[in-house]
Ligand binder design. Structure first.
Ligand code: SF4
Length: 198
C-alpha cells in the first residue's frame, strides 16, 4: 500500500512546495501568530460536535481517507441536506478563495465520495473574519488539479533537498520563514540538507 499522506500538506504543497517539503521531510514547523489563530478557530469549530441546524444535519471534525489516492485528513464539517453531502472547510481571515484551500476541500470531497459511495460536486469554505461562506465547484479543473497535486507532493517528498525559495507576498506570515530564509537565496549552496536529515 502506498504511504498515506496528509491532505493538509498537499494543500501546503499547492501554497508553496518548499514549505511542504520543510514540514514533511525535514519536520520543521514553528507555530506563529497566524497558525495559532487558525488552530484556535478549528478547535472552536470541532468542539461543537454533531447537530442539526436549519434542516441540515452537521458533523464536525470528520476523519476522511481515500485508499485510491492514499490520502488522509479531517473535514472540519460535513453537512447533509436531503441525502446530499457537502464538506465545509473553515478558514480564518477574509473571504478570498485561495487555490490551496479549494484543493484541500476537493480532496476531502473525493475521500467522502469513496467512503460514502456518492458523488459530491459542491462544497463550501467559511471565512471567519468576513463571516461568509463561499461555494466551491468541486468538479472539472479543480478535481484534476487536486489529483495532480497529490502526485506532485509524492514526487516532492522523494527529493533530498527542498525546492529553492521564491520570495513572494506569500512569505509574509509563513510559519516556515525562519527555516526557509527566503531573502537569502544563496543559503542552499551552504546548507547540506542530506547531512541534516540523517
Ligand atoms: S517563506 Fe516563502 S518561500 Fe519560504 S516556505 Fe514560506 S512561502 Fe515558501
Amino acid at each position: 500500500m502506498q504511504e498515506l499522506i496528509p491532505i493538509s500538506l498537499v494543500a501546503e504543497y499547492v501554497f508553496c512546495p518548499r514549505s511542504a517539503w520543510l514540514a514533511y521531510v525535514a519536520g520543521v514547523f514553528e507555530p506563529n501568530e497566524f497558525t495559532v489563530e487558525g488552530e484556535i478557530l478549528h478547535r472552536r469549530v470541532h468542539q461543537r460536535g454533531q447537530g442539526k441546524r436549519s434542516g441540515k444535519k452537521q458533523w464536525r471534525k470528520v476523519p476522511v481517507f481515500s485508499c485510491r489516492l492514499g490520502i488522509v485528513g479531517y473535514a472540519d464539517m460535513v453537512e447533509e441536506i436531503d441525502g446530499q453531502f457537502f464538506p465545509v472547510e473553515y478558514k480564518k481571515g477574509k473571504a478570498r478563495l485561495r487555490v490551496s484551500d479549494q484543493v484541500q476541500l476537493c480532496l476531502q470531497a473525493m475521500c467522502l465520495e469513496e467512503m460514502l459511495r456518492c458523488p459530491i460536486e459542491t462544497g463550501f469554505i467559511y471565512y471567519a473574519s468576513s463571516r461568509r461562506r463561499l461555494e466551491v465547484d468541486l468538479t472539472g479543473p479543480l478535481r484534476r488539479l487536486a489529483r495532480k497535486s497529490v502526485h506532485g507532493f509524492r514526487e516532492l517528498i522523494r527529493q533530498s533537498a527542498p525546492p529553492p525559495a521564491v520570495l513572494s507576498p506569500k512569505c509574509h506570515g509563513c510559519a516556515q520563514c525562519p527555516a526557509c530564509m527566503p531573502e537569502t537565496p544563496t543559503v542552499e549552496g551552504r546548507f547540506n540538507w542530506e547531512e541534516w536529515l540523517t
